[in-house]
Write a protein that binds this ligand. Sequence first.
Ligand code: IPD
Ligand code: CA
Ligand code: CA
Length: 264
Amino acid sequence: MSPDDLQPALDTARRAVAAAGRIQLAGLESERRVMHKSRFDLLTEVDQRCEEAVLGILREAYPQAVFLAEESSPGTDRDQGEVWLVDPLDGTTNYARGYPAWCTTVALRRDGETLLGVVYDALRDERFEAVRGRGASLNGKPIRVSRTAELGRSLLATGFPYDRCEQPETNLERFSALTMRTQGVRRGGSASLDLCYTACGRLDGYWELRIFPWDVVAGALLVEEAGGKVSDLAGGPFDGSGAQTLATNGLIHTALVDALAGSA
Ligand code: IPD
Ligand code: CA
Ligand code: CA
């Protein structure tokens, strides 16, 4: 499928994330009812309503669409055929508390390759998008990764897995070590926004463990199309699973791989 053939899909994804954004903004005006999927993994009715809205718009345009969507179809194979990946509200904990860092993320993959990604931050009215081979943009303007070449001068972001109290691998040692070796490590609470900010140069790099495909595949394409590099934590191939994600401006990638390896 050529990039031009993807235009209808991109237009549909834009409509879908905009619809979710309207629901999210309206939801800020009322009490958010919070449920726990696990100790740290929250769910609100806004998550559910946003997913219904996004899938409804995608399904209306593509009745045969297959979804890998966080709240309704989390087990779909992301690598077989054409799959729409949807996180209707990335940053639920932030949203539930009124902390301003959340978004909607939609991606389209075909046979394991991400073709397009759209991430919408309704609070700031910022829409990040990328089509493979056609670059990345923020509200229609091209974006590029930063030019920071030294790890010691870099600003990074990461997150901590929901099962951090049940698993020995918490990411805390890496967070601590990189905090001492860089300008800082932010924990924003939305993996998709962390990747978007890496793509547009607000961050120089991001890494995270044990999240999910819907958290990372759109943002990873944005970083790649903005001139950055995405891999696993050892610098190997990025598989889109969310198990290990390392995204940088490319210039600090090797230094960050080495620093992460040395601080695990
Ligand atoms: C979460 C956010 C957070 C990350 C979590 C994700 P959710 O997504 O992206 O930054 O650290 O692991 O699950 O649950 O708010 O959609
Ligand atoms: Ca998420
Ligand atoms: Ca979510």
